[in-house]
Structure formats: structure tokens, C-alpha cells
Write a protein that binds this ligand. Structure first.
Ligand code: PLP
Length: 431
């Protein structure tokens, strides 16, 4: 029997009267998969329950922060302990120092770090800092990478290769878009051409070292080191947006995993353990420009707030346990292998990409290594697959172009159940 989503449906209808589109972040509206979102009532470990009582195995994990799963006891305990002493003081605490030290110890390129409240704030602030440090204005980003919703980065490619970017949203001024250049992920040749043309104006290249926002797209072998070399040669800063990959692909982030050092790193998600957080950091010489040590202004009422710091510290402590990343990798591989076999058996072409506990199955027969190849995916098929999975109690990202996140809370039997459901869902998508 198909599950009932009636209570969620009613809440969604009412929410649309009071909240634009009924949600506080667009992807939650499930528009691209042609259904309504379940409203979630509670969660534990790898499971979530909606207001109609439907149970799900969750592979969204709040879009990445919950690498330990929902309500990990150590995280809940840390938040409770902190709560007993207050919620926010707008004054420094030792928790901020502890988390900053943990981040500096973990990420080889980071000597100093500033806490903010979201990944968007982190990338926005890192760009300002890079512009101040270099005295240049232009930014290079890669098509298909997402770095948050501030003006400089809501930009797609213009018509010509080297034309300036055009806004992906009304309300972004043309003169801001004109300072952002779009390059192609995994295409060093194009980037070199861009540098040869306007290199002396480029303040920074910002990149997701493993792309997670066009679905998961790993960097090709020489891509990140090539970026490093080009930035160094032309005096631009290299910014790794590790909002997803930080503490995810390894404890030391993608920079340790691939052994390529950026000048600045942006963080979010996992370092807040499920509470709102972001951070940016890098070499002392650059970070010392940030106010009040230096002239580059950046501030925040709730930045470094004790609850988020406590949740982040508790999460990172768990991730320091031996064998954690091996276990995440093993589970994620089990899922990817199972899904890929299920897709083959169901006769539907799916191209799988995986880096550690991040993975995507693209409904295309082509290998996916950039935005253009990701765009060959059949999103209608994904929608059919997604809805069938949801009805079978498997909660995936409601878009083809997002990652599946495996957490430490997923058990082997969760993964087996997921693969069984996937076979049925792939069969439906194959029709
Ligand atoms: N950077 C990356 C790589 C992201 O995936 C995201 C959000 O998903 C952001 C930045 C923006 O973070 P936030 O949603 O916390 O503003």
C-alpha cells in the first residue's frame, strides 16, 4: 500500500501561505522531483520519521553535517551541557578557541580561522579577504560548483568562453556579476587561457575540491595541483570550499586527501555538528588582515556561538577515533556497489561517482566529470526513481544534482534494504 503523506501535504499547503514556496531553502520544496516534501517530526541515527509516521533511511543527513547520524549521544550531551550555562553571550568563550585549535590541527593549510554562521558567509568573507590581500577584483569559479547564495557566486557562464559571468538570479547587479568568471571543472586548459588573458586582475580561484553540487564530481588527477600551480604563478589565491568535504573525505579534508594546499579554506556543515556554522581560515599572514587584527571588516552577532561550537567539538572528537574514515568508506563503497549492480540488473544506465562517503548516481550512460556531462542526466528518470525510493522509506536528495551522504549511523542492513528498494525503483525508472 502506498504510504500516506496527508499531514505533510496539509502542512505544506499552509506553509506556502506564510513562507515563500513553503520552505526556508528552495531544494526542500521537492520541485525537481515532482512531489511534495514530507514534514519531518523526528530523527535518530540513520532514520527519520515524518508527521504521518512514515519512516525513512536518510541519505541527506541535513545536507552533510550529520556524519555521525542524527542525535549522536556525544553531540546531544555536549549541547545539553552547554545549554545549562546559556545560549549565547556575544563575548569570547573557550569553546571557540578549542574548535579553532582542532581545525588548525586538522587542516594542514590553515593556521588561523574565523567562525561565521553559514557556508555562504564563509565563502563571501573569504572572497573579500582575497580581494583585499591581492588588491584585485576578479574571481574565478567553476560551472556547477555552489558556494552559497551571495551575489559574487550566483553566477553562470556567459555566452563566450572568456565573457564575464551572468547572474543566475534576478537581483544580482551586473557590475558584480562582471567580476566573476566561470571556468569548467576539470579543465585546466581553459583556466590557463583565462589566466593568460586577465590573470593580473584575478584575486582568487574558488573551487569545491570534490564537487558536490552538480552531483558528486571528483577532480581529475592533476586538476587541483594544476589549480595550485596556476594560482601561484599568477599571484591569485586558491580557495578550497570545503564546506562539504571538510572532515568528510578525510579528517584533514580534501586538501589532505589530495595533498594540495589552498591559501584559504571555507568550512561549514560538519564543524557545527548539526547547528548553524561556517568558518574560513588560512595562512596567518592572510588571516591577520581580518578585523580587528587588520582592516578587512567581517563580524557576526552569533558567530562562534557556544551551542554550535560544542556540537562541532563533540563531532570532531568522534571523528578522531581510529578507523572512522575507513568505516565510512567501506559502507559507502557497499552502497555504491549495490546500487550500481541494481541499476545494471534493472537495465537502466546510471553513471556512479564516489569519493569516500560522498556519492551520486547520474541517470546517464556518459562518465560525469563536469557540469556539461552531469547535465546529460535524465532528470525525469531520477524523479521516478526518487519517488519510488521515498515510498519505500529511503530518503534521498530531492534532486539529481546533489550528493548522497553516508553516515557512521548507517548499518550494513540499512544499506542492504536501500539496495533492494533501489532495484524496484530502477525498474520503474527504466520504463
Ligand atoms: N559551499 C558548499 C560547497 C556548499 O555545499 C554549501 C551549501 O550546501 C555552501 C557553500 C553554502 O553553505 P550554507 O548553506 O551553510 O550557506
Amino acid at each position: 500500500m502506498a504510504p500516506s503523506y496527508q499531514k505533510s501535504k496539509d502542512l505544506f499547503e499552509e506553509s506556502q501561505l506564510f513562507i515563500p514556496g513553503g520552505v526556508n531553502s528552495p531544494v526542500r520544496a521537492f520541485k525537481s522531483v515532482g512531489t511534495n516534501p514530507p514534514f519531518i517530526a523526528k530523527a535518530n541515527g540513520a532514520r527519520m520519521w515524518d508527521v504521518d509516521g512514515n519512516e525513512y533511511i536518510d541519505y541527506v543527513c541535513s545536507w552533510g553535517p550529520l556524519i555521525l547520524g542524527h542525535r549522536h549521544p556525544a553531540v546531544i550531551h555536549a549541547i545539553q551541557r552547554c545549554l545549562e550555562r546559556g545560549t549565547t553571550y556575544g563575548a569570547p568563550t573557550d569553546l571557540e578557541l578549542t574548535l579553532a585549535q582542532m581545525i588548525v590541527e586538522a587542516l594542514p593549510s590553515v593556521e588561523m580561522v574565523r567562525m561565521v554562521n553559514s557556508g555562504t558567509e564563509a565563502t563571501m568573507s573569504a572572497l573579500r579577504l582575497a580581494r583585499a590581500y591581492t588588491g584585485r577584483n576578479k574571481i574565478v569559479k567553476f560551472e556547477g560548483c555552489y558556494h552559497g547564495h551571495h551575489d559574487s557566486l550566483l553566477i553562470k557562464a556567459g555566452s563566450g568562453l572568456l565573457t564575464h559571468g551572468v547572474p543566475t538570479s534576478p537581483g544580482v547587479p551586473d557590475n558584480i556579476a562582471g567580476n566573476t568568471i566561470n571556468a569548467r571543472y576539470n579543465d585546466l586548459e581553459l583556466l590557463e587561457q583565462i589566466f593568460n588573458e586577465v590573470g593580473s586582475d584575478i584575486a582568487a580561484v574558488i573551487v569545491e575540491p570534490v564537487a558536490g553540487n552538480m552531483g558528486v564530481v571528483p577532480p581529475t588527477k592533476d586538476f587541483l595541483s594544476g589549480l595550485r600551480n596556476l594560482c601561484t604563478k599568477h599571484g591569485a589565491l586558491l580557495i578550497f570550499d570545503e564546506v562539504i568535504t571538510g572532515f568528510r573525505v578525510s579528517y584533514g579534508g580534501a586538501q589532505s586527501y589530495y595533498n594540495v594546499m589552498p591559501d584559504l579554506t571555507c568550512l561549514g556543515k560538519i564543524i557545527g555538528g548539526g547547528l548553524p556554522v561556517g568558518a574560513y581560515g588560512g595562512r596567518k599572514e592572510i588571516m591577520q588582515l581580518v578585523s580587528p587584527a587588520g582592516p578587512v571588516y567581517q563580524a557576526g552577532t552569533l558567530s562562534g556561538n557556544p551551542l554550535a561550537m560544542s556540537a562541532g567539538i563533540a563531532t570532531l572528537e568522534q571523528l578522531q577515533q581510529p578507523g572512522v574514515y575507513e568505516e565510512l568508506d567501506r559502507k559507502s563503497a557497499l552502497l555504491a556497489q549495490g546500487l550500481s549492480q541494481a541499476a545494471r540488473a534493472a537495465g537502466v544506465p546510471v553513471s556512479f561517482n564516489r569519493v569516500q562517503s560522498l556519492q551520486s548516481g547520474f541517470f546517464t550512460k556518459h562518465p560525469v566529470n563536469d557540469f556539461a556531462s552531469a547535465s546529460t542526466s535524465d532528470t525525469n528518470r531520477y524523479a521516478v526513481f526518487f519517488r519510488s525510493m521515498l515510498d519505500q522509506g529511503i530518503y534521498l536528495a530531492p534532486s539529481q544534482f546533489e550528493a548522497a551522504f553516508v553516515s557512521l549511523a548507517h548499518t550494513d542492513s540499512d544499506i542492504e534494504r536501500t539496495v533492494e528498494a533501489a532495484y524496484t525503483a530502477y525498474k520503474m525508472a527504466a520504463q
